[in-house]
Ligand binder design. Structure first.
Ligand code: SF4
Length: 289
Protein backbone atom coordinates (compact mmCIF):
# COMPACT_ATOMS: atom_id res chain seq x y z
CA UNK A 1 0.00 0.00 0.00
CA UNK A 2 1.34 3.45 -0.95
CA UNK A 3 2.25 5.79 1.84
CA UNK A 4 -0.24 8.58 2.55
CA UNK A 5 2.41 11.17 1.75
CA UNK A 6 2.80 9.74 -1.77
CA UNK A 7 -0.92 10.25 -2.43
CA UNK A 8 -0.69 13.78 -1.07
CA UNK A 9 2.33 14.51 -3.24
CA UNK A 10 0.30 13.52 -6.29
CA UNK A 11 -2.57 15.70 -5.07
CA UNK A 12 -0.22 18.70 -4.83
CA UNK A 13 1.27 17.96 -8.26
CA UNK A 14 -2.18 17.90 -9.79
CA UNK A 15 -3.27 21.09 -8.06
CA UNK A 16 -0.15 22.93 -9.19
CA UNK A 17 -0.04 21.75 -12.80
CA UNK A 18 -3.61 21.00 -13.96
CA UNK A 19 -6.20 23.73 -14.40
CA UNK A 20 -9.55 22.33 -13.13
CA UNK A 21 -11.96 21.37 -15.91
CA UNK A 22 -14.70 23.86 -14.89
CA UNK A 23 -12.20 26.75 -14.85
CA UNK A 24 -10.79 25.76 -18.24
CA UNK A 25 -14.29 25.56 -19.71
CA UNK A 26 -15.29 28.96 -18.28
CA UNK A 27 -12.15 30.53 -19.79
CA UNK A 28 -12.67 28.83 -23.16
CA UNK A 29 -16.28 30.08 -23.28
CA UNK A 30 -15.11 33.55 -22.31
CA UNK A 31 -12.46 33.53 -25.06
CA UNK A 32 -15.15 32.72 -27.62
CA UNK A 33 -17.39 35.52 -26.28
CA UNK A 34 -14.55 38.04 -26.38
CA UNK A 35 -13.32 37.04 -29.86
CA UNK A 36 -9.72 36.01 -30.48
CA UNK A 37 -8.70 39.30 -32.12
CA UNK A 38 -9.56 41.32 -29.01
CA UNK A 39 -7.01 41.91 -26.20
CA UNK A 40 -9.31 40.08 -23.80
CA UNK A 41 -9.73 37.08 -26.12
CA UNK A 42 -6.04 36.75 -26.95
CA UNK A 43 -5.09 37.11 -23.26
CA UNK A 44 -7.46 34.30 -22.30
CA UNK A 45 -6.12 32.10 -25.09
CA UNK A 46 -2.52 32.72 -23.94
CA UNK A 47 -3.50 31.74 -20.39
CA UNK A 48 -5.12 28.55 -21.68
CA UNK A 49 -2.07 27.76 -23.83
CA UNK A 50 0.12 28.23 -20.76
CA UNK A 51 -2.11 25.90 -18.74
CA UNK A 52 -2.00 23.24 -21.47
CA UNK A 53 1.81 23.40 -21.55
CA UNK A 54 1.96 23.20 -17.75
CA UNK A 55 -0.17 20.05 -17.70
CA UNK A 56 1.85 18.45 -20.50
CA UNK A 57 5.19 19.11 -18.81
CA UNK A 58 4.00 18.71 -15.20
CA UNK A 59 5.24 22.17 -14.29
CA UNK A 60 3.39 24.84 -12.26
CA UNK A 61 0.68 26.83 -14.07
CA UNK A 62 2.09 29.98 -12.45
CA UNK A 63 5.45 30.66 -10.83
CA UNK A 64 3.67 31.75 -7.65
CA UNK A 65 2.31 28.45 -6.38
CA UNK A 66 0.60 30.29 -3.55
CA UNK A 67 -0.50 29.24 -0.10
CA UNK A 68 -1.55 25.63 0.38
CA UNK A 69 -5.05 25.41 1.86
CA UNK A 70 -6.09 21.86 2.82
CA UNK A 71 -9.56 20.75 3.94
CA UNK A 72 -9.38 17.22 5.33
CA UNK A 73 -12.34 15.00 6.18
CA UNK A 74 -11.29 11.73 7.80
CA UNK A 75 -12.92 8.62 9.19
CA UNK A 76 -12.35 6.88 12.54
CA UNK A 77 -9.56 4.62 11.18
CA UNK A 78 -7.26 7.65 10.69
CA UNK A 79 -5.26 9.65 13.21
CA UNK A 80 -5.15 13.40 12.65
CA UNK A 81 -1.47 13.61 13.56
CA UNK A 82 -0.54 10.94 10.97
CA UNK A 83 -2.41 12.86 8.25
CA UNK A 84 -0.77 16.11 9.27
CA UNK A 85 2.72 14.58 9.23
CA UNK A 86 2.06 13.08 5.78
CA UNK A 87 0.87 16.46 4.46
CA UNK A 88 4.02 18.15 5.73
CA UNK A 89 6.23 15.45 4.20
CA UNK A 90 4.44 15.74 0.87
CA UNK A 91 4.65 19.55 0.94
CA UNK A 92 8.42 19.50 1.49
CA UNK A 93 8.82 16.83 -1.20
CA UNK A 94 6.67 18.78 -3.68
CA UNK A 95 8.83 21.86 -3.08
CA UNK A 96 12.03 19.86 -3.67
CA UNK A 97 10.52 18.60 -6.95
CA UNK A 98 9.59 22.15 -8.05
CA UNK A 99 5.85 21.54 -8.06
CA UNK A 100 5.83 24.33 -5.47
CA UNK A 101 7.88 27.47 -5.10
CA UNK A 102 9.25 28.02 -1.57
CA UNK A 103 6.60 30.42 -0.29
CA UNK A 104 6.85 30.43 3.51
CA UNK A 105 8.59 33.57 4.79
CA UNK A 106 9.12 34.42 8.47
CA UNK A 107 7.56 37.90 8.85
CA UNK A 108 10.12 38.93 11.50
CA UNK A 109 13.41 37.68 10.08
CA UNK A 110 12.41 37.64 6.40
CA UNK A 111 13.89 34.13 6.14
CA UNK A 112 12.23 31.74 3.71
CA UNK A 113 11.86 28.25 5.23
CA UNK A 114 12.62 26.81 1.81
CA UNK A 115 10.04 24.03 1.96
CA UNK A 116 6.64 25.75 2.33
CA UNK A 117 6.42 24.76 5.98
CA UNK A 118 6.21 27.43 8.66
CA UNK A 119 4.02 28.79 11.44
CA UNK A 120 0.48 28.22 10.21
CA UNK A 121 1.65 26.91 6.84
CA UNK A 122 0.36 24.93 5.15
CA UNK A 123 -3.12 25.77 6.40
CA UNK A 124 -4.93 22.52 7.28
CA UNK A 125 -8.56 22.33 8.37
CA UNK A 126 -9.52 18.96 9.90
CA UNK A 127 -12.98 17.54 10.21
CA UNK A 128 -13.59 14.04 11.61
CA UNK A 129 -16.57 11.99 10.46
CA UNK A 130 -18.09 8.67 11.50
CA UNK A 131 -17.82 6.90 8.14
CA UNK A 132 -14.52 5.33 7.04
CA UNK A 133 -12.43 6.99 4.35
CA UNK A 134 -10.37 10.08 3.75
CA UNK A 135 -11.17 12.98 1.47
CA UNK A 136 -9.01 16.01 0.94
CA UNK A 137 -9.56 19.23 -0.96
CA UNK A 138 -6.58 21.43 -1.75
CA UNK A 139 -6.41 24.96 -3.08
CA UNK A 140 -3.24 26.84 -4.07
CA UNK A 141 -3.99 30.52 -3.56
CA UNK A 142 -1.58 32.96 -5.20
CA UNK A 143 -0.22 36.00 -3.38
CA UNK A 144 -1.24 38.59 -6.00
CA UNK A 145 -4.87 37.57 -5.75
CA UNK A 146 -4.64 37.35 -1.95
CA UNK A 147 -3.48 40.98 -1.88
CA UNK A 148 -6.70 42.22 -3.47
CA UNK A 149 -9.01 40.51 -0.98
CA UNK A 150 -10.89 42.89 1.31
CA UNK A 151 -13.03 43.02 4.41
CA UNK A 152 -15.88 45.46 5.06
CA UNK A 153 -17.64 46.33 8.30
CA UNK A 154 -21.25 47.32 7.70
CA UNK A 155 -22.77 49.82 7.74
CA UNK A 156 -20.30 51.61 5.47
CA UNK A 157 -21.34 55.19 4.78
CA UNK A 158 -18.80 55.69 1.96
CA UNK A 159 -20.41 52.88 -0.01
CA UNK A 160 -23.94 53.63 1.17
CA UNK A 161 -23.94 50.00 2.31
CA UNK A 162 -26.32 48.92 5.06
CA UNK A 163 -26.57 45.62 6.91
CA UNK A 164 -28.40 43.71 4.20
CA UNK A 165 -27.78 41.92 0.90
CA UNK A 166 -27.82 45.22 -0.99
CA UNK A 167 -24.97 46.32 1.29
CA UNK A 168 -23.13 43.07 0.55
CA UNK A 169 -23.60 43.67 -3.17
CA UNK A 170 -22.03 47.12 -2.88
CA UNK A 171 -19.01 45.70 -1.03
CA UNK A 172 -18.41 43.07 -3.72
CA UNK A 173 -18.57 45.64 -6.51
CA UNK A 174 -16.24 47.97 -4.63
CA UNK A 175 -13.67 45.21 -3.98
CA UNK A 176 -13.51 44.20 -7.64
CA UNK A 177 -13.45 47.84 -8.76
CA UNK A 178 -10.54 48.55 -6.39
CA UNK A 179 -8.67 45.47 -7.66
CA UNK A 180 -8.73 46.94 -11.23
CA UNK A 181 -6.30 44.81 -13.18
CA UNK A 182 -4.41 43.56 -10.12
CA UNK A 183 -4.76 39.97 -8.95
CA UNK A 184 -4.48 38.49 -12.48
CA UNK A 185 -8.08 38.42 -13.59
CA UNK A 186 -10.44 37.06 -14.61
CA UNK A 187 -10.99 36.32 -10.96
CA UNK A 188 -13.52 34.34 -9.02
CA UNK A 189 -15.02 35.97 -5.97
CA UNK A 190 -15.77 34.21 -2.68
CA UNK A 191 -17.91 36.23 -0.26
CA UNK A 192 -18.27 35.44 3.42
CA UNK A 193 -21.09 37.28 5.16
CA UNK A 194 -21.31 37.45 8.96
CA UNK A 195 -19.14 35.53 11.42
CA UNK A 196 -16.33 37.45 13.08
CA UNK A 197 -13.36 38.98 11.27
CA UNK A 198 -11.52 35.65 11.13
CA UNK A 199 -14.36 33.31 10.27
CA UNK A 200 -15.81 35.69 7.65
CA UNK A 201 -12.56 35.32 5.72
CA UNK A 202 -12.52 31.56 6.22
CA UNK A 203 -16.04 31.35 4.84
CA UNK A 204 -15.11 33.44 1.81
CA UNK A 205 -12.17 31.13 1.05
CA UNK A 206 -14.21 27.97 1.57
CA UNK A 207 -16.65 29.24 -1.05
CA UNK A 208 -13.83 29.06 -3.60
CA UNK A 209 -13.86 25.25 -3.35
CA UNK A 210 -17.27 25.21 -5.03
CA UNK A 211 -17.52 24.31 -8.72
CA UNK A 212 -18.07 27.31 -10.97
CA UNK A 213 -21.28 25.90 -12.39
CA UNK A 214 -22.92 24.81 -9.12
CA UNK A 215 -26.01 26.49 -7.71
CA UNK A 216 -26.23 28.02 -4.26
CA UNK A 217 -28.91 26.08 -2.32
CA UNK A 218 -30.14 29.35 -0.78
CA UNK A 219 -32.33 31.02 -3.40
CA UNK A 220 -31.62 34.58 -2.19
CA UNK A 221 -27.87 34.01 -2.30
CA UNK A 222 -28.16 32.26 -5.67
CA UNK A 223 -29.95 35.31 -7.03
CA UNK A 224 -27.26 37.62 -5.66
CA UNK A 225 -24.49 35.44 -7.13
CA UNK A 226 -26.14 35.68 -10.57
CA UNK A 227 -26.66 39.41 -10.30
CA UNK A 228 -23.11 40.10 -9.16
CA UNK A 229 -21.67 37.85 -11.88
CA UNK A 230 -23.54 39.94 -14.46
CA UNK A 231 -22.78 43.32 -12.91
CA UNK A 232 -19.09 42.64 -12.26
CA UNK A 233 -18.63 41.58 -15.87
CA UNK A 234 -20.23 44.85 -16.94
CA UNK A 235 -17.44 46.82 -15.22
CA UNK A 236 -15.30 46.35 -18.35
CA UNK A 237 -12.06 45.61 -16.44
CA UNK A 238 -11.44 42.36 -18.33
CA UNK A 239 -8.63 39.78 -18.21
CA UNK A 240 -5.48 41.26 -16.59
CA UNK A 241 -7.22 44.65 -16.69
CA UNK A 242 -6.96 44.92 -20.50
CA UNK A 243 -10.69 45.60 -20.82
CA UNK A 244 -13.45 43.27 -21.95
CA UNK A 245 -16.54 41.43 -20.87
CA UNK A 246 -14.78 38.93 -18.62
CA UNK A 247 -13.80 40.42 -15.28
CA UNK A 248 -14.94 37.45 -13.17
CA UNK A 249 -15.58 33.76 -13.87
CA UNK A 250 -17.86 33.28 -10.91
CA UNK A 251 -19.25 34.62 -7.63
CA UNK A 252 -19.81 32.32 -4.63
CA UNK A 253 -21.45 33.41 -1.39
CA UNK A 254 -21.68 31.80 2.05
CA UNK A 255 -22.85 33.00 5.45
CA UNK A 256 -22.05 32.50 9.11
CA UNK A 257 -24.16 33.65 12.03
CA UNK A 258 -22.85 36.95 13.35
CA UNK A 259 -22.76 38.87 16.61
CA UNK A 260 -25.57 41.42 16.93
CA UNK A 261 -22.97 44.21 17.02
CA UNK A 262 -21.01 43.10 13.93
CA UNK A 263 -21.73 42.67 10.22
CA UNK A 264 -18.64 41.70 8.24
CA UNK A 265 -18.38 41.05 4.53
CA UNK A 266 -15.16 39.36 3.49
CA UNK A 267 -14.11 39.16 -0.11
CA UNK A 268 -11.62 36.54 -1.25
CA UNK A 269 -10.44 36.93 -4.81
CA UNK A 270 -8.74 34.12 -6.70
CA UNK A 271 -6.92 34.68 -9.97
CA UNK A 272 -7.35 32.89 -13.30
CA UNK A 273 -4.76 30.34 -12.07
CA UNK A 274 -7.56 28.95 -9.96
CA UNK A 275 -5.80 25.84 -8.71
CA UNK A 276 -7.74 23.32 -6.72
CA UNK A 277 -7.76 19.53 -6.65
CA UNK A 278 -9.28 16.85 -4.48
CA UNK A 279 -8.72 13.20 -3.64
CA UNK A 280 -10.70 10.42 -1.99
CA UNK A 281 -9.08 7.40 -0.38
CA UNK A 282 -11.47 4.59 0.41
CA UNK A 283 -10.88 0.88 0.96
CA UNK A 284 -7.29 1.28 -0.21
CA UNK A 285 -8.30 2.88 -3.53
CA UNK A 286 -7.47 6.46 -4.37
CA UNK A 287 -9.21 8.73 -6.85
CA UNK A 288 -8.35 12.31 -7.81
CA UNK A 289 -10.47 15.08 -9.26
S1 SF4 B 1 -2.17 36.28 -8.83
FE1 SF4 B 1 -2.34 34.19 -9.62
S2 SF4 B 1 -1.73 34.24 -11.79
FE2 SF4 B 1 -1.06 36.16 -10.77
S3 SF4 B 1 1.06 35.78 -10.20
FE3 SF4 B 1 -0.22 35.29 -8.43
S4 SF4 B 1 -0.70 33.09 -8.62
FE4 SF4 B 1 0.09 33.78 -10.57
Amino acid sequence: MQKLSEHFLELIRRASTILPEDVRKAMEDAAVREGKSSSAGSTLLKMLENATEAEKTSTPICQDTGTLVFYVHYGPEYRQKAIQDAILEATADATARYYLRPNAVDPVTGKNSGNNIGNGLPYIHFDQGEKPGLSIRLMLKGGGSENVGAQYKLPDSNLGAGRDLEGVRRCAIDAVFQAQGKGCGPGTIGLGIGGDRGTAFLESKEQLFRALDDRNPDSLLAELEDRLYRELNELGIGPMGFGGKTTVLGVKIGTRHRLPACYFVSVSYICWAYRRASMILKEGKVSYD
